[in-house]
Design a protein around this ligand. Structure first.
Ligand SMILES: Nc1nc2c(ncn2[C@@H]2O[C@H](COP(=O)(O)OP(=O)(O)OP(=O)(O)O)[C@@H](O)[C@H]2O)c(=O)[nH]1
Ligand SMILES: [Mg+2]
Length: 354
């Protein structure tokens, strides 16, 4: 688990759980991926295996699209124009984006000019290129952690339907399981059912929700109340849900800026993360929204959702290359446990390996 001290789940697995596990291909692959990160067999939890299997399965379509083509191409020495065109097409099809694709091809080309690599080594080298790309913004932005004993505020933003509220439920669960005191602020006051929805996630994760049931409430005032509640209760993580749609984009951005300012003013000592939730199935289209949010919410990272079953998993590379924002978490399913801190190693293995 990269850069975050969250949810080191227990390795103690009950007999019943073990019985449910299928020792299939995905299981063996997951154990290998965990093992190659230095995890000992008796430290590996069923949750970790289940998650990796899910991630690998989710990236199945993306992998099938690009990897088979790449494997056939990269093992043949320096790339000729036909090979470059083919790799380019495969990467673009996986929504890696023009910028990241150019960078990948250039790096690969440099290496292959030095010496011809057999296919396996070429793929290993490609994996390293991708990992380095994914980790670059992580290194620049410093570590991402939840400070124990301090107030951390995570502002969750993104367009409607991206998965903000679901992500809040999943994050609350992770934090709760890791022993952090957690609270949710229901600052999506625009959509009628939004507060009810976030309350349901609060119940599922066992985390309280601060909301204001009156009509036309200013979301900044909900955040104000939530910060007060967090301070008086010694909360360590306050998760703030926000609206994905208002009357128009300008209103949405004004509202977000106001919420962001309220957080800075009211909780100057808090460690604030402003996370943009991006729906991976939108591929490149999703990225365009990011620039607007970036200014209003002072983004510090991305949560990439819906990686289950999309052929556009390559968008993760576009995110880091085009937005220069680190990916903090990835979601691969609608269930409460279907979200984990982002690990470039696991992601690249799921994308290109197996
Ligand atoms: N398959 C899949 N579905 C997801 C994932 N994350 C969220 N969803 C689904 O996406 C839909 C929208 O999720 P919400 O959490 O309501 O999105 P939101 O951003 O809060 O939307 P608004 O409140 O309308 O702005 C729901 O049906 C979720 O179940 C994921 O990782 N995988
Ligand atoms: Mg929502």
């Amino acid at each position: 688990m990269d850069n975050i001290e969250l949810a080191q789940t227990t390795a103690n697995t009950s007999i019943d759980e073990t019985a449910l596990i299928e020792f299939d291909d995905g299981f063996i692959w997951s154990v290998e991926v965990l093992g190659s990160q230095g995890k000992r067999a008796d430290d590996i939890s069923i949750e970790e295996i289940t998650w990796l299997k899910r991630l690998r399965q989710g990236l199945d379509k993306t992998r099938r699209n690009i990897v088979n083509q790449l494997k056939a191409i990269v093992g043949q020495g320096p790339l000729n124009q036909v090979a470059v065109d083919e790799i380019e097409a495969a990467l673009l099809q996986a929504d890696v984006g023009v910028e990241a694709t150019d960078y990948i091809i250039h790096s690969l080309q440099q290496k292959l000019k030095e010496k011809a690599l057999p296919p396996d080594e070429a793929i290993t080298y490609l994996k390293k290129i991708l990992r380095d790309m994914l980790d670059k913004p992580l290194k620049e932005s410093g570590s991402f952690s939840l400070e124990r004993g301090n107030l951390n505020i995570w502002l969750i933003t993104g367009v409607n339907g991206a998965g903000k509220t679901t992500t809040i439920g999943k994050l609350a669960r992770l934090a709760q399981k890791s022993g952090y005191n957690c609270l949710i602020g229901a600052a999506d006051t625009f959509r009628a059912a939004a507060v009810e929805q976030v309350k349901i996630w609060g119940e599922r994760s066992g985390v309280e929700v601060v909301a204001n049931p009156s009509k036309n409430v200013d979301p900044a005032s909900v955040v104000f109340d939530a910060i007060n509640a967090a301070k008086s209760r010694g909360i360590e993580l306050l998760l703030v849900d926000t609206a994905g749609r208002l009357q128009n984009k300008k209103n949405l951005m004004d509202e977000l800026s106001k919420v962001r300012r309220t957080i800075s003013k009211k909780a100057p000592d808090a460690k604030v993360e402003s996370l943009l939730v991006l729906d991976a199935t939108l591929g490149q289209n999703g990225l365009r929204q990011a620039e607007v949010f970036s200014q209003a919410a002072k983004l510090s990272g991305v949560v990439l959702t819906k990686l289950d079953g999309t052929a556009r998993g390559g968008v993760a590379l576009a995110v880091v290359q085009q937005l220069s924002l680190p990916i903090r978490f990835i979601g691969a399913g609608e269930g409460i446990d279907d979200l984990r801190p982002f690990s470039s190693y696991e992601f690249v293995e799921a994308l290109l390996g197996g």
